[in-house]
Design a protein around this ligand. Structure first.
Ligand SMILES: [Zn+2]
Length: 338
């Protein structure tokens, strides 16, 4: 089997649908924020991203984001992410942003991100859209406030609603169903983290109670064959992050069900989740996963097509993205796009 070279992966125009802005801050940026805030880290900086559970990781995020006090700091984080995305040859990203981590108003956070991502796009960078995210620990009222703010603001870069966080204490999908229903009524589709810290039933609930058409992770769906059949028949896309799953869920990549899900006809995309925390860029993730599972360059291109099909942007934007993908692949792989 020929391994896919990094140069081949770098060349492919890419789309990522499952990446958290909160997981893109490198240690240097965090060190600088801590110095500005006069705060010491809960453990040495070099060990900040070493954790044994999702709960410990989320507690680290809470500390990191307590350091952010100003609009300019949000701008720096947005610019860092846009630069990183460009280095990965990403042409379109939907970035998850969970305001419960940030000690800032919705206005300051989302209007600033909108502005910086507009500037990056104008300069030829990737088209970065925003998925405001509810935390599983949020109240129904704060979830509704977020959705109402999204509806009222009509920010063009807000294209969907997300929910994330630790489901080990419960998924509480019933609590958040009205927020997702309200968002959908106003043309804002939903995606939900499920089937990672929750079991297959978390995925079933997210589909039934939240009405989502995409699932972030969703890998534990493999534990129920009827659910796998449902995902495939209803074209529910799983936004999968193999390295992240191997850090928090599976003992190794040989336990990961990506290929089984694909062989069952479930649409899957490949993503990083938290690239700085995982210490892996999107291109590195694609190379690692492809070489382990034996995916060739054509298959990596197919993952991008699946991501474009599942993207929450307008149909006209999806069409443009397909054209950009078409223009960016080598002639030998054009047949994949037919
Ligand atoms: Zn995630």
């Amino acid at each position: 089997m020929n391994k896919v070279e990094m140069s081949q992966i770098e060349r492919i125009p890419k789309v990522e649908l499952h990446v958290h802005l909160e997981g893109t801050l490198g240690i240097d940026r965090i060190r600088s924020l801590a110095q500005q805030a006069g705060q010491y880290p809960p453990k040495p900086f070099e060990e900040l991203f070493q954790f044994s559970s999702l709960a410990e990781f989320l507690a680290t995020l809470d500390w990191m984001f307590s350091l952010i006090r100003t609009e300019e700091q949000v701008r720096e984080i947005a610019r860092d992410f846009a630069v990183y995305a460009r280095t990965q040859n990403l042409i379109y990203v939907e970035v998850t942003v969970n305001p419960s981590h940030w000690h800032l108003s919705f206005d300051t956070l989302f209007l600033t991100l909108q502005d910086e991502f507009d500037k990056a796009c104008t300069k030829g960078g990737p088209d970065i859209r925003i998925l405001p995210s509810i935390a599983r620990s949020d109240s129904m009222q704060s979830a509704m406030e977020l959705v109402q703010w999204c509806i009222g603001s009509q920010l063009p870069r807000i294209v969907g609603l997300s929910i994330d966080g630790d489901e080990r204490l419960g998924s509480f999908n019933g609590r958040f169903a009205p927020a997702f229903a309200l968002a959908l009524e106003h043309g804002i589709p939903g995606t939900a983290h499920a089937g990672e810290s929750s079991s297959a039933s978390g995925v079933t609930e997210a589909l039934s109670l939240l009405g989502v058409k995409r699932i972030d992770h969703g890998v534990r769906a493999i534990e129920r064959s009827d659910l796998v059949t449902r995902l495939a028949s209803q074209d529910v896309t799983l936004n999968i992050c193999v390295s992240s799953n191997c850090s928090l869920l599976y003992p190794g990549i040989d336990h990961h069900p990506l290929k089984l899900l694909m062989e069952s006809g479930v649409p899957c995309t490949l993503n990083t989740d938290d690239p700085a925390v995982m210490g892996i860029s999107l291109n590195e993730e694609l190379q690692k996963v492809s070489n382990y599972f034996g995916f060739d360059e054509a298959q990596i291109i197919k993952f991008q097509l699946t991501a474009i099909d599942a993207a929450f942007c307008q149909n006209s934007t999806q069409l443009e993205l397909r054209e950009r993908l078409h223009a960016g692949v080598s002639p030998a792989n054009l047949a994949v796009l037919q």
